[in-house]
Design a binder for this molecule. Structure first.
Ligand SMILES: Nc1ncnc2c1ncn2[C@@H]1O[C@H](COP(=O)(O)OP(=O)(O)OP(=O)(O)O)[C@@H](O)[C@H]1O
Ligand SMILES: [Mg+2]
Length: 252
């Protein structure tokens, strides 16, 4: 399989505190990879390094490489904003833009990129909302505020917003932890559909969720990537004792 995104010796710090140590990982195209591990082990920091969001935090730094299609996204001539379009992100708490309509929440990325043609914007909004399995619920109220939707709908709106600029990778940081079981199931179903066109990396605290939706799973502990393998193997026959203790709930 083709490895679309990979990290080489990726380390990250906040000030003088190192929180990620020499992470080496490959993400195959059109797969879902889950990242699990205890709170504070560096999962969010890791995926924020994958689209250069980490550097937006004061005092934050990273070393090593992140390669997208073989090109280092940290090279000096790379525009981080362009990278964040190719490698989109969805956060734990749905965060639609508060003063924008449903339509504009999805269209904003294209508008910022200078697209003005109404027909193109409308097509993109419809396609993205359909991909995010939200179209049927909102097609008659595209001018309502994004924040008027339910939590689960808002999260699918944020997914549509990320998809509108046609990313090749979608990073998701605990995207369902603030949602009810039905909204969670919808987003899980959606991921299986989305991976036909995008490569997904998801952080989750829910091991059942990782087992249900991911092709590969990585276990992080104290800033290190301990084990990364086929999800079915990692959960049934982990190679490292620390992984085993974590997945069987005997941690600490
Ligand atoms: N803005 C920040 N400034 C300083 N330290 C930070 C900052 N954000 C995170 N950290 C520290 O970096 C380490 C890794 O944090 P990170 O948020 O990546 O963990 P996580 O695995 O995502 O945890 P959780 O499961 O609780 O979301 C932690 O020790 C945390 O305290
Ligand atoms: Mg986190």
């Amino acid at each position: 399989m083709y490895s679309l995104l990979s990290t080489q010796n990726l380390s990250a710090s906040f000030g003088s505190t190192q929180v990620l140590k020499n992470i080496q990982m490959d993400f195959d195209e059109f797969t879902v990879s889950a990242i699990i591990g205890p709170s504070g082990c560096g999962k969010s920091t890791f995926i924020r390094c994958l689209n250069r969001l980490h550097e937006e935090v004061a005092e934050a730094s990273a070393t090593g490489k992140v390669l997208l299609q073989g090109h280092d996204i940290y090279a000096s001539d790379v525009d981080p904003v362009a990278i964040r379009r190719k490698i989109g992100m969805v956060f734990q708490k749905p965060n639609p833009f508060p003063s924008l309509s449903i339509f504009d929440n999805v269209a904003i990325g294209l508008k910022l990129a200078g697209v003005r043609r109404g027909a193109i914007l409308r097509e993109t909004v419809e396609r993205s909302l359909k991909l995010a399995a939200l179209w049927e619920e909102v097609k008659d109220k595209l001018n309502s505020q994004g924040t008027s939707l339910s939590g689960g709908q808002q999260q699918r709106l944020c997914i549509a917003r990320a998809l509108a600029v046609e990313p090749s990778v979608l990073l998701m940081d605990e995207p369902t932890s603030a949602l009810d079981p039905i909204s969670t199931a919808k987003i899980e179903e959606l991921m299986t559909e989305l991976k036909k066109t995008v490569t997904i990396v998801i952080v989750t605290h829910n091991m059942q969720q990782a087992a249900r939706i991911s092709d590969k799973t990585a276990f992080f502990l104290l800033g290190e990537m301990i084990e990364y393998g086929e999800t079915s193997e990692l959960f049934t026959a982990p190679k490292d004792q620390r992984t085993e203790r974590y997945i069987t709930g005997r941690f600490g």
